[in-house]
Design a protein around this ligand. Structure first.
Ligand SMILES: [Zn+2]
Length: 285
């Protein structure tokens, strides 16, 4: 199965109303676990690399591994640079073979977000790499244990979304509707009406960042409202670490590295399968 772009697989997800998780983390264990799960239930999959992991896993190593895994998979798998912060980061991801990149200019002025996103588009478009843009900033951090909630003033404006897509020609769009990176506050308030309105205003697939850690019953509602790609990291990464810690505790000193690696792969396999099924991606590949 060839490596595909997020645009290719998400266009089908938008049309048939299912979600595709984008697992970010770029560890070998997450990658092997998620790909074998997707193969087992014939689901499409997205693997992301975020520069926040660079101190542990440099982009060239992490992204190349994702690309290799996607090329070897028996189901369509897309790779993406998550939250590319600069043109150079996007170039690096393309050089490492990624089929897709995200440029995040959501913290910039509206016109500057457009200008910078268009600049990246001039890099990606001629070589068939898909581009994700972001409009309306999404708060929080996936790598800190602070809980936060979205602020309404940063929510994506549906009219502006239409203008943004028209002028930047991005292939997929990340939006802000109360979603936050990292752990959610218990009383999180997602405004799914914003999602429905943006869905009506633009014809491309929509993305939710900060997608982990919600009640299971919310995901079908989010997908029905119009989200096709859900970035999923904090909860799964935390549970994966705890599963490993548990094995360490059980084994006392009688443990070697590959027992932990095998445990993590098994955990990510089971959990990825559960999430793909929850998002109704099973059988869609
Ligand atoms: Zn994000």
């Amino acid at each position: 199965m060839p490596l595909v772009t997020v645009s290719e697989i998400l266009t089908d997800a938008r049309k048939r109303t299912y979600g595709i998780p984008c697992f970010i983390g770029a560890t070998m264990e997450m990658t092997l676990g998620a790909v074998t799960a997707a193969e087992e239930i014939s689901a499409p999959l997205i693997l992301g690399y975020n520069e926040a992991v660079a101190p542990a896993i440099p982009m060239a190593a992490g992204m190349s591994m994702l690309v290799r895994a996607a090329k070897d998979a028996r189901v369509p798998v897309a790779t993406i640079l998550d939250h590319g912060t600069s043109y150079d980061a996007c170039v690096k991801a393309v050089r490492a073979g990624s089929s897709s990149v995200m440029f995040d200019g959501s913290h910039l002025d509206y016109e500057e977000n457009i200008a910078r996103t268009r600049e990246v588009r001039r890099l990606t478009e001629p070589i068939g790499v898909a581009l994700e843009g972001e409009l309306g900033s999404i708060g929080g951090s996936s790598f800190e244990f602070t809980e936060s909630a979205g602020t309404r003033q940063n929510f994506t404006d549906p009219q502006q979304a239409a203008d943004f897509v028209d002028r930047t020609k991005v292939n997929v769009l990340a939006i802000s509707f109360g979603n936050v990176h990292g752990p959610y506050r218990g009383d999180n308030a997602l405004d799914l009406d914003i999602v429905r309105q943006v869905f009506q205003h633009v014809a491309i697939p929509l993305v939710m960042h900060g997608g982990s850690g919600l009640a299971d019953e919310l995901y079908p509602q989010i997908i029905d409202a119009g989200i096709s790609k859900i970035n999923y990291y904090t909860t799964i990464a935390r549970k994966g670490a705890l599963a490993t810690a548990e094995l360490c505790a059980q084994q006392g000193g009688n443990i070697i590295e590959h027992m932990l690696i095998a445990r993590r792969i098994e955990f990510y396999h089971q959990e990825s399968k559960r999430i793909l099924q929850l998002f109704r991606a099973a059988g869609k590949a």
